[in-house]
Design a protein around this ligand. Structure first.
Ligand SMILES: NC(=O)c1ccc[n+]([C@@H]2O[C@H](COP(=O)([O-])OP(=O)(O)OC[C@H]3O[C@@H](n4cnc5c(N)ncnc54)[C@H](OP(=O)(O)O)[C@@H]3O)[C@@H](O)[C@H]2O)c1
Length: 267
């Protein structure tokens, strides 16, 4: 399929109030001239971004305040995205993590993570694909390297992201030969609110600037990549990690995270 032609087309971006989602929204509007429907819970952040991006007068930006851990809000986003507009693209980026021993995540917080990271993504993808296909467009699911390689101390998160990788990749195959693409994006660690907590401080040297991760994400989406890992060294690292027995590779990751958590005394 040809790369996506985003200028003047409508693209949905979830989790656009901060981090990767906000930066990808900026690139889509400023560099590619896409019109945006931006989604998150924090209305003030969405309004600020809308004002910033519409300032130049070249694009239209609509905001939709929604809590994607709630099915009724997910369905409201689907209606906003598809009714009265030709939706061409969707970047399903909203997500939450828990960094720490698995027992420390409450059941309610786990359910909310599962609903946000997994259930909302599946529901949005399923509902949006026919609309995107009618326009010859594409969808990108933001997973994580933690979905490709297990990350102890982010156990629930890593598992939700593994679900997303498998879901995205299998859809890519099922949709082959049709007029819509599904890309899976697996960023490594990124500087954002998600990694701003003190527990992440010892791991900060591994994090990628958010602008660079967003640039790679938008390019993977635009060029309809299959799976894209951010950063050359991470792509090499991912290949090398697959050559090791999983228990050894995961032990190395566990040691890094255990040491980071010990420094913050949360173990
Ligand atoms: N940072 C990393 O190291 C890293 C690495 C790999 C993958 N990722 C993935 O990249 C994506 C973006 O993360 P980020 O690093 O940019 O983190 P972030 O700055 O915390 O952004 C997360 C975004 O998701 C939105 N969100 C969270 N829960 C939501 C809910 N229930 N309903 C609606 N929106 C919700 C947040 O908006 P509101 O709070 O305003 O709702 C925010 O806009 C996530 O899927 C994350 O898993 C991040």
């Amino acid at each position: 399929m040809n790369p996506m032609e985003l200028r003047g087309r409508w693209v949905l971006v979830t989790g656009a109030s901060s981090g990767l989602g906000r930066e990808m929204a900026r690139i889509l509007a400023v560099k590619h001239g896409a019109n945006l429907l931006i989604v998150a819970r924090r209305e003030d952040r969405l309004s600020e971004l809308k004002a910033e991006l519409e300032q130049g007068g070249g694009v239209k930006v609509e905001t939709c305040v929604a809590d994607l851990s709630k099915l009724e809000d997910v369905d409201r986003v689907i209606a906003r995205a598809t009714e009265g507009r030709a939706l061409y693209g969707a970047i399903l980026n909203a997500g939450v993590t828990h960094f720490g021993p698995f027992e420390k995540l409450s059941w309610d917080a786990f359910r909310s993570m599962l609903d946000t990271n997994v259930v909302a993504t599946v529901r949005l993808t399923t509902a949006l694909i026919p609309h995107l296909e009618a326009e010859g467009g594409g969808l990108m699911i933001v997973s994580s390297m933690a979905g490709l390689h297990p990350v102890p101390y982010q156990s629930h998160y890593s598992a939700t992201k593994a679900f997303l990788v498998h879901f995205g990749v299998t859809l890519w195959h099922e949709l082959q030969g049709r007029t819509v693409s599904v890309t899976s994006y697996a960023p490594s660690g990124v500087v954002s609110e998600m990694t701003a907590g003190e527990s992440f401080t010892p791991l900060r040297r591994w994090l990628m600037p958010v602008a660079a991760a967003a640039e790679e994400g938008v390019e993977a989406f635009r060029t309809r990549k299959y799976v894209h890992i951010s950063g050359f060294s991470n792509r090499v690292g991912s290949v090398l990690a697959r050559l090791l027995p999983q228990r050894l590779a995961t032990s190395l990751v566990a040691a890094q995270y255990r040491s980071a958590l010990k420094k913050q005394s949360t173990l």
